[in-house]
Design a protein around this ligand. Structure first.
Ligand SMILES: [Zn+2]
Length: 121
């Protein structure tokens, strides 16, 4: 299976050992914009929680990206995310559903890397 991409802009998706599900979107991608908005919201919650992790329901965008990555639809429907803000712009997300972790790195074709696939280093 080929590597998963954003269903709106075809930007690459991958999983980072540090951050979890990651994606790169072209400018103007509605899913990328929604991810950016949620990151800011998570940053605000993380600051109020003084860095302590928390669990929240996954967003519609996260569910869309998880489905595009090949996660099981029934598990995605009931998914939650454990959020840890590592710094103002870095967020670790671990997805859970029905008492089990959704192991994004084990999804078919999912690259596991710290940098976007194809990025010049
Ligand atoms: Zn996109």
């Amino acid at each position: 299976m080929s590597a998963p991409v954003c269903p709106r802009c075809a930007g690459p998706m991958w999983t980072s050992p540090l951050l979890g599900l990651s994606s790169h979107h072209v400018s103007g991608c509605a899913l990328g914009d929604a991810e950016d908005v949620r990151l800011v919201g998570d940053h605000d919650v993380g600051r109020a929680r003084l860095g302590r992790p928390w669990r929240r329901t996954t967003t519609a965008t996260e569910r869309t990206l998880l489905l595009a990555a090949g996660a099981d639809a029934e598990r995605v429907r009931w998914s939650e995310a454990d959020i840890t803000m590592l710094s103002p712009g870095l967020r670790r997300r671990v997805f859970h559903s029905l008492g089990q972790q959704i192991v994004v790195s084990s999804l078919d074709g999912m690259p596991v890397t710290d940098t976007p696939p194809g990025a010049v280093q």
